[in-house]
Design a protein around this ligand. Structure first.
Ligand SMILES: [Zn+2]
Length: 265
């Protein structure tokens, strides 16, 4: 029997994604560093706080975050567990609506403000158009999320970032799909005066042909494309019912399955 494995785009087995919360003006410097090194990420914004204090302005959101994902972080950053469910729905829908008016695409991601969630909050999310939500507890590993409404990152940027980055880059065993997921707030680099840390990280990990650099939602959508692949009982045919292409390997040989096609493998 042959071994059929799911792959990331172009047959890769590694992906990197970043996740930054709150939309502080320090995002401008962070996005520039990401763009310089081809690193991609998701920015979780509170639409009700844009244009106030040290937050980015609504007029710059579309251009600033081009090439990255804009996602929700609730309208005014409430601790969701303390909110009545009606308020949770409003906080999420109003955040989505305002952000979507700015960026021009459906906003489908979330990170929990103050890391606050419970079963009641999580159960609301599929009904308000949220497809994933990031928590703050780290795994210190490179696992693929099992529960997208409790998506645990690899690490906060202040916790073993470079040792984990080196372990990730050195991981050459293609037996697993691996994902490095880093989160934080850009204002922390100003407060702790450690911009050199994220610069060193992006310079080290960026521009590598064996890593897929993706936003959070690109990973969610690609995993969904993989999940929807239909294999024949004999394992000799695969049909991709999605529009997006998918990649698998068959005994180590990488194959692309274009959207809508059925191929022999
Ligand atoms: Zn926050």
């Amino acid at each position: 029997m042959r071994t059929i494995y799911y792959c990331f785009p172009d047959g890769r087995h590694k992906a990197l994604t970043m996740s930054y919360d709150d939309g502080n003006i320090a995002d401008r410097r962070l996005v520039e560093i990401f763009n310089t090194h081809g690193v991609k990420g998701t920015f979780h914004l509170n639409a009700g706080l844009l244009d106030t204090g040290d937050r980015v302005s609504s007029s710059e959101v579309k251009n600033l975050y081009t090439g990255h994902e804009v996602a929700a972080h609730a309208y005014t950053h409430p601790t969701l567990e303390r909110c009545p469910s009606e308020q949770v729905v409003l906080q999420l829908m109003e955040d989505r609506k305002a952000l979507e008016r700015l960026v021009g695409y459906p906003v489908r991601g979330l990170s929990y403000p103050n890391g606050s969630h419970n079963r009641r909050i999580r159960d609301i999310l599929p009904h308000v158009g949220i497809d994933y939500s990031r928590v703050v507890e780290s795994t210190k590993s490179f696992s693929i999320p099992d529960d997208l409404y409790q998506w645990r990152p690899t690490c906060h940027h202040n916790h073993d970032l470079m040792p984990l980055a080196r372990a990730f880059v050195n991981q050459s065993k293609p037996a697993y799909l691996i994902l490095m997921y880093v989160w934080g707030h850009s204002f922390e680099f100003d407060r702790q005066n450690n911009w050199d840390l994220i610069e060193e990280f992006c310079e080290f990990i960026g521009g590598r042909p064996d890593i897929w650099y993706a936003t959070n939602i690109e990973i969610v959508d690609y995993l969904d494309t993989l999940k929807r692949l239909k294999f024949s009982a004999a394992g000799d045919l695969v049909y991709n019912p999605s529009v997006a292409p998918a990649w698998i390997s068959v005994d180590g040989e990488v194959m692309e399955i274009k959207g809508g096609s059925c191929i022999s493998i």
